[in-house]
Design a protein around this ligand. Structure first.
Ligand code: AMP
Ligand code: ZN
Length: 451
């Protein structure tokens, strides 16, 4: 089966055919480096890493170019640097280093290039000049704006009616704008803001322009896949398309637009005010990166994902069971299970692929060598079983000891009142956390963690 990908442009699954199979080209919007990335940001990291790995498998490792940019100029960066009393460069260097370490710990391969916005200002200025020359952009009051009505098919990605787009974009009302939807390509910088000389004075680029410039530089005017989270469809990706297609007189910026769904935590939107905000950095203190990766891949990338402790524990347990088997065999592409690859080729159906891994684990009781080698090989394709067995088994499992002991206390109280149902319920709850209880003769209960 050939690779099928759901294309947000057409709202259908389509057969993927690269423009040049000798150089399959993918761009994914990367982080704005001003703070720790959160576990929601880990989703596009992992999802597009799996797509990168699959493309490398299908077309050859030297035939895929994956660009993930680093946004290191942004008003959020300016504000945070001022708040912390450090330079912008210090902040972006520090945050980028953390991001790179997070991505590595999550088992993500390094993209081919991770270009920084601040190193591509000349390309951004070149695009603006083209847009002005062709009547798609205008200068007003030190700003340069994209003239949205100059592009008749603006909105073709998000397919929203104009009034909804205006509301969705939370359009800034500014006297220098000709139309309410027009967006900033270039804006002036005051002396204490980062800025670059340009034909329109000292200033800095708008966010959308960065991705048009960096994808152009590394992938050309039209490329194969553009990815990111679903929240980026509008206005970010719509504006990238407007800029690139108008500047290069192209029908398409990318042929496939692929978007991951959103992640929420324990059924709620993740937010700092709700206190359920989890950074990748924090999550990695509690769980091996492969557990986070595997847990992410259990849900199809386009579905919303509910990130729960129970799910993480289950993911840890499942990998714990598989690791000793998988590590007995070397991964090899000749031992990949065809149905595993077929599931991935079906719009990255990772839940189906994981069902296949479970089947292989069961089949190992009949034919260890065959099923074990397949398990190792399939896992490796999606970035699993990359640790040594000893390191894997030595990693501590996070448990909230106070919570465990409080539950044991409750169970002892239930037993004291002969409430056996409640006592059993608590025992089961603890068992679900991987905790085994032993009732001692002296009336106390001891516990241990079973992996
Ligand atoms: P940001 O730094 O907010 O631009 O996000 C970086 C990437 O993470 C983008 O591709 C976003 O779409 C994605 N993203 C942000 N929040 C979430 C979330 N809660 N779930 C899934 N993806 C997200
Ligand atoms: Zn982008």
């Amino acid at each position: 089966m050939a690779l099928q990908l759901y294309n947000t442009l057409t709202r259908r699954k389509e057969e993927f055919a690269p423009i040049d199979p000798a150089n399959v080209r993918m761009y994914v919007c990367g982080p704005t480096v001003y703070d720790y990335a959160h576990i929601g940001n880990a989703r596009p990291l992992i999802v597009f890493d799996v797509l990168f790995r699959l493309l490398r498998h299908l077309y050859g490792p030297d035939h895929v170019t994956y660009i993930r940019n680093i946004t290191d100029v942004d008003d959020k960066i300016n504000a945070r640097a001022a708040e912390r009393g450090i330079s912008i460069r210090e902040l972006t260097e520090e945050t980028n280093a953390i991001f790179q370490a997070d991505a590595k710990a999550l088992g993500c391969l390094e993209p081919t290039v991770q270009p920084r916005a601040t190193e591509h200002i000349a390309a951004m200025i070149a695009i603006i000049e083209r847009l002005i020359a062709s009547g798609h952009a205008y200068e007003a009051d030190g700003h340069v704006l994209f003239d949205v009505p100059s592009m008749p098919d603006y909105g073709k990605l998000s397919k929203r009616p104009l009034d909804e787009m205006i509301a969705g974009a939370r359009v800034e009302v500014a006297p220098y704008k000709k139309g309410p939807m027009d967006f900033v390509l270039w804006k002036p910088s005051s002396f204490d803001e980062p800025g670059w000389e340009s034909p329109w004075g000292r200033g800095r680029p708008g966010w959308h322009l960065e991705c048009s410039a960096m994808s152009w530089k590394y992938l050309g005017e039209t490329f194969d896949v553009h990815g990111g989270g679903i929240d980026l469809v509008f206005p970010h990706h719509e504006n990238e398309i407007a800029q690139s297609c108008s500047a290069f007189h192209r029908e398409a910026m990318a042929n496939f637009w692929v978007h991951n769904g959103f992640l929420q935590v324990e059924g709620e939107k993740m937010s700092k005010s709700l206190g359920n905000f989890v950074t990748i950095h924090e999550a990695l203190k509690d769980w091996p990166g492969e557990v986070l990766r595997f847990n992410m891949l259990k849900t199809h990338y386009r579905q919303p994902i509910d990130w729960t402790l129970a799910g993480l524990r289950e993911s840890q347990r499942e990998l714990d069971r598989w690791y000793p088997l998988a590590k007995q065999f070397a991964a090899s592409s000749s031992m990949l299970a065809p149905e595993f690859v077929a599931a991935l080729e079906d719009d990255l159906n990772t839940p189906e692929a994981i069902t296949g891994l479970r089947r292989l684990y069961r089949e190992a009781s009949d034919d260890v060598a065959f099923a074990g080698a397949r398990l190792a090989s399939c896992g490796h394709l999606v970035g699993l079983f990359e640790k040594d067995l000893a390191d894997w088994q030595a990693a501590p499992i996070p448990i909230d000891k106070a919570h465990v002991e409080a539950l044991i206390d409750l169970r002892l109280k239930a037993r004291a009142t002969k409430n056996w149902a409640e006592s059993d319920r608590i025992r089961d709850e603890l068992a679900g956390m991987g905790i085994a209880l032993k009732d001692n003769k002296d009336g106390t209960t001891s516990w241990e963690l079973k992996r």
